[in-house]
Design a protein around this ligand. Structure first.
Ligand SMILES: CCCCCCCCCCCCCC(=O)CC(=O)SCCNC(=O)CCNC(=O)[C@H](O)C(C)(C)COP(=O)(O)OP(=O)(O)OC[C@H]1O[C@@H](n2cnc3c(N)ncnc32)[C@H](O)[C@@H]1OP(=O)(O)O
Ligand SMILES: NC(=O)C1=CN([C@@H]2O[C@H](COP(=O)(O)OP(=O)(O)OC[C@H]3O[C@@H](n4cnc5c(N)ncnc54)[C@H](O)[C@@H]3O)[C@@H](O)[C@H]2O)C=CC1
Length: 719
């Protein structure tokens, strides 16, 4: 796991050997410790270089080992041993130096990095802090403000930025190990005291209290409810105010609290879930093992409204050449300007030149004839989309993949309009499409595994976290949103206000409660769908209100708002008031309170006190129940798929893992008991009826999320 070899006569070269990314597993830590001891005791060795095999230095601790029974040599004494060494130790950094990997490099006396290396302390994203001395060493090396920024965000930086910050001593474009060995030879025998970071004082900061207060405030606001960023600030403060050994004790104290926290478990679960969704599978068993993605060099985007523009930007940024088609001249011109400005802004932020040269614009659908893949993003209208798919099927060269960005229409209907339904898949992006990380790749009943593989691969190239899902109404994310929104309306009928419901959800950790979110996305969107489904009927001022439609409880409150022209932020009025159309600051609206009072009076409903717990239970448990139904029906292949969709597409707080993980933390038996309770008092609300899978999981002793597959498979096989 770590090997000592001898090079250039006097250099001991320690190579970390733990593929794929040389994590510091127990065996690797043991290997480093033994190799270091051997090198330091060998009189022939005058200097040491530490590197990682296969072009990766080290991705830090092995997250899989985290838990109450962590074994092997501790990482902290190991790093002390390196720093006190009486021979120069040089880190040869390439690929990644992250977390414990960067801490290992910080204990070396010199750091040489390849220009393509990424460095960082991402522990905060795992619910931890850099607990192998990182919070004490980094501020001593690069100062407090820069350390606070890196440690509280977990941001990865380039070698160039690391050099600028003083984090590395030298950046090379050539062979890193060769450069480090040459460097080691050049410093053999030189005094080392000034190179030991722990011996340095932390750079003085005159307004220390004010700096820490401001950062703490920012962190509390930005990472609402998360405990790790706060502990990170506290640990860096220890570096600024305490001697090194005392600071290390404080770091360990804070780390041990985080290490066993539910938030750390959730975030570490999420780390692996993000990677697991990439290993997609379809109910037929198709996966990467059986299907190969086709290369996509040239893609078309059809419809340059809100979504088409974002998709064009994301494709161009991924280096794909784009044909962008829009029928309306005005929209086309606006889109061209918008895409250009967004790419320019992105280029300025990333320092990479913009990719505008890759895009051609047209108002003629014939322009898509020679592309490898089309993403359709025209209006959400089935007959329009059907016509577009007929045209695409006739125009495109054989083998072109036809993708739809529809958020709710049946993919099979679109596929049936084409000559090759196996080439049709959904690519459901989220707004704004060039920013949001999530992509649902939707397979219809005839989609070929190759088509799914190609969409998944393209999503990855575009920097998305792609999740393959089945073709049910609303797919996974929007389908689960339906009972969540429905419950929020029922709560209003029973006595809650939009403010009360939103406060409960925002304190849970959502960036926006359900009503503020609905105002932002536009209330008319759901209204249109409800009208198409025959649910929304005009109420008028004297009309009868029926709260039972199709045998189910129904709340027309959302429809009533729309009948008054209140579509949310875009009209300046929705569940809140915004001052003007397009306004962003939500203020309570007495009109809404009056409406609710009149509505309840008209229907003979008595408002009762509703607490935050009930809001959370009814909104979240009904959403969780729907997620479990989706799993039961096989439209998602694992709970990880659902959790990743909610964290990256719907603002589910990261430190709560996702709805499925959260349900397992709360206790599946508790979720079942509460759903049973609410369903008993609302037998006309089917989404509160606990699904079969939930009952089965509880009956099987509520296994952890990673074991659910054993039970879902059995249920799915029986379907
Ligand atoms: C009981 C009470 C005790 C209380 C006291 C406790 C004290 C404990 C002290 C411990 C102090 C330890 C401090 C420390 O060192 C903390 C850390 O280092 S935490 C880890 C920080 N590192 C990271 O977050 C890096 C994570 N990795 C990445 O960002 C990417 O993998 C990377 C950029 C390196 C490479 O990306 P890419 O090429 O895209 O590959 P993948 O992401 O697909 O990864 C490939 C493969 O490797 C797995 N993997 C990656 N990193 C890790 C890791 N750190 N641990 C385990 N496994 C890792 C990844 O899952 C992939 O495998 P799959 O099988 O495909 O999933
Ligand atoms: N807006 C959102 O937040 C999201 C929307 N979606 C889906 O994306 C699709 C597009 O939605 P938006 O961008 O919001 O709509 P939009 O109304 O902003 O844009 C649609 C564009 O398509 C153009 N168009 C219509 N027919 C066309 C044709 N035959 N050829 C070329 N262009 C044509 C229109 O002129 C318009 O510019 C819909 O299916 C929607 O459900 C999916 C995820 C999120």
């Amino acid at each position: 796991m770590a090997q000592l070899s001898y090079v250039s006569g006097s250099v001991g070269l320690i190579t970390l050997q733990n593929p794929p990314v040389n994590v510091l597993s127990a065996a690797t830590r043991q290997g480093i410790m033994e190799s270091m001891k051997k090198a330091l005791n060998d009189p022939k060795v005058k200097s040491v270089v530490i590197c990682g095999q296969n072009g990766v230095f080290c991705a830090g601790a092995d997250i899989k080992e985290f838990g109450p029974n962590i074994s092997g040599p501790s990482i902290v004494p190991l790093i002390y041993d390196i720093e006190v060494a009486n021979k120069p130790v040089v880190a040869a950094i390439e690929g990644s130096a992250l977390g414990g990997g960067l801490e290992l490099a910080l204990t070396c006396h010199y750091r040489i990095a390849h220009s393509k290396t990424r460095l960082g302390l991402p522990e905060v994203t795992l619910g931890l802090l850099p607990g192998a001395g990182g919070t004490q060493l980094l501020p001593r090396l690069i100062g407090i403000p820069a350390s606070l920024e890196l440690i509280t965000t977990g941001r990865h930086i380039t070698a160039a930025e690391a050099l600028q910050l003083g984090l590395v001593d030298h950046v090379t474009q050539s062979d890193t190990v060769d450069s480090a060995v040459k460097f080691a030879l050049s410093v053999e025998g030189e005094p080392l005291d000034s190179r030991r970071i722990s011996k340095r004082p932390c750079p003085h900061l005159p307004d220390l209290d004010a700096v820490f207060e401001a950062v703490m405030q920012k962190v509390r606001q930005k990472f609402y409810g998360a405990i790790a960023p706060i502990a990170c600030v506290q640990a860096v403060r220890a570096a600024a105010t305490l001697p090194f050994s005392e600071g290390m004790k404080r770091e360990q104290q804070l780390m041990s609290t985080l290490f066993t926290s539910g938030q750390a478990r959730a975030l570490q679960y999420s780390f692996f879930a993000q990677r697991a969704v990439g290993r997609w599978s379809m109910p037929s068993g198709a996966s990467w093992n059986t299907s190969k993605a086709r290369p996509v060099h040239r893609a078309a985007v059809l419809g340059l409204g809100t979504m088409g523009r974002g998709i064009t930007v994301a494709l161009a940024q991924a280096g794909v050449s784009v044909v962008a088609v829009e029928i309306q001249e005005k929209q086309l011109n606006e889109a061209r300007e918008h895409v250009y400005a967004t790419l320019e802004r992105g280029a300025q932020q990333s320092g990479v030149s913009p990719s505008c040269a890759n895009i051609t614009y047209s108002h003629d659908i014939q322009a898509v004839a020679d592309v490898d893949l089309v993403i359709e993003a025209v209006l959400e209208d089935l007959s329009l989309k059907e016509k577009v798919f007929q045209q695409l099927s006739a125009i495109c060269k054989p083998g072109t993949l036809l993708c739809s960005n529809t958020s709710s229409l049946d993919l099979n209907c679109l596929a049936s309009q084409t000559k090759n339904p196996e080439l049709v898949v959904g690519m459901h992006f989220f707004a704004p499409a060039h920013v949001m990380k999530l992509l649902e790749v939707v397979y219809g009943s005839k989609s070929s595994p190759e088509a799914v593989a190609t969409a998944m691969q393209l999503g990855k190239k575009m920097g998305k976290i792609s999740v393959a899902v089945g073709n049910c109404r609303g797919f996974v994310g929007n389908r689960m949103l339906k009972p969540y929104i429905e419950q929020s309306y029922f709560l209003l009928e029973e006595g809650a206000t939009p403010e009360l419901v939103d406060k409960a959800l925002e304190e849970f950790g959502f960036p926006m409660g359900v009503f503020r979110m609905s105002d932002l996305s536009g209330l008319d969107v759901g209204w249109r769908v409800r009208k198409e489904d025959g649910l929304a009927e005009p109420v008028g001022t004297s009309g009868q209100i029926t709260r039972l439609r199709g045998g189910r409880r129904y709340s027309p409150l959302g429809d009533i708002l729309c009948e008054h022209g209140r579509f949310g932020q875009k009209t300046g009025l929705g569940w809140y008031q915004y001052g003007r159309p397009g306004g962003r600051v939500a203020k309570s609206d007495p009109w809404v309170f009056n409406l609710l009072e009149e509505y309840r009076a008209r229907l003979g409903l008595t408002a009762r006190p509703i607490d935050q717990q009930e809001v959370l239970e009814r909104c979240l448990y009904s959403l969780i129940n729907e997620g479990l139904c989706i799993l039961e029906e096989g439209f998602a292949s694992s709970p990880e798929d659902i959790d990743v969709i909610y964290v990256f597409g719907y603002g589910w707080p990261k430190h709560r893992g996702g709805p499925m993980f959260y349900a397992s933390m709360v206790g599946l038996a508790t979720v079942l008991e509460r759903l049973d309770h609410y369903y008993r008092s609302n037998p006309d609300v089917p989404s509160l009826k606990p699904c079969k899978l939930l009952r089965q999981l509880v009956a099987s002793g509520s296994p952890p999320v990673h074991k659910w597959k054993e039970i879902t498979k059995k249920i799915q096989n029986r379907l």
